[in-house]
Write a new protein. Structure first.
Length: 250
């Protein structure tokens, strides 16, 4: 079971209590937390998170965004390559300490990853990005594949929710009917069929249970092709809209 926490969500204490009271073995949980982009002492930030979570380690520790190295909080502004590199060196130190089993990044573009890889002893295990049919990141995913960096998707349901109406609407509805699932579950399966880790959430227990149905079927290669083709007809970013270039599709 994946449990994803971030200090901005302000739920570390509650999640820590839930883990303790659940009775679930630690090795059966995959706990992820992130360091905020404006935190200077990353090691101290993780220590504070571990204390709140009542854990000795997290399975994955992520840098939330690369904007701390930019002159402005924008993906298009100049950035300090050495800052990205020194920060990653600290992440490597954390992994060596055993407090994080794996280390990764979030919202990094190819240029940010290139800077990190120039000096990295350990490459990022994963890059968590907004990913859905209307934001397919072909260049970034190709970079990930080349350098063996896993891709994790947040906002995977966007095409079936906040991006409506869109060119993929009819196909999503038809596929949902064919497989007897929701359109959101089709979007989750679309991620999985492209070797992307899909992340989503809900306050409703039944909806979370329904999401697991996406593991019971697979889209055909032709259905994937059609959804990719229709998705490419629209560009939509549901998060960080003021940070990325309006037409950034990398």
């Amino acid at each position: 079971m994946w449990l994803i926490e971030h200090r901005v969500y302000n739920t570390e204490v509650e999640l820590g209590l839930a883990i303790k009271e659940s009775g679930v073995k630690r090795e059966d949980l995959y706990c992820v937390t992130k360091v905020m982009k404006n935190v200077d002492n990353i090691e101290l930030a993780l220590d504070e998170s571990l204390k709140k979570l009542q854990l000795e380690y997290v399975d994955l520790y992520l840098i939330h965004a690369p904007w701390f190295s930019h002159t402005e909080s924008s993906a298009t502004s100049p950035f300090d390559e050495s800052k990205l590199q020194s920060t990653w060196a600290t992440m490597e130190k954390i992994k060596a300490s055993g407090k994080a089993r794996s280390i990764g990044v979030s919202n990094y573009l190819p240029k940010h990853l290139e800077a990190v890889l120039k000096t990295a002893k350990i490459p990022p295990a994963i890059n968590q990005i907004e990913f859905h049919p209307y934001l397919q990141h072909p260049e970034l995913l190709a970079f990930h594949k080349k350098h063996s960096i896993a891709t994790s998707a947040y906002g995977p349901l966007t095409a079936a929710t906040k991006a409506k109406p869109g060119p993929a609407d009819e196909l999503l509805a038809a596929l949902a009917k064919k497989y007897a699932v929701s359109e959101g579950e089709i979007c989750l399966r679309w991620c999985l069929d492209q070797d992307v880790v899909a992340i989503t959430t809900s306050a409703k227990e039944q909806r979370l249970a329904d999401y697991l149905r996406c593991t019971k079927f697979k889209l055909t290669p032709e259905e994937l092709r059609q959804l990719n083709q229709l998705g490419a007809e629209k560009h939509f970013r549901g998060f960080w809209g003021s940070t990325f270039d309006a037409n950034d599709r990398t």
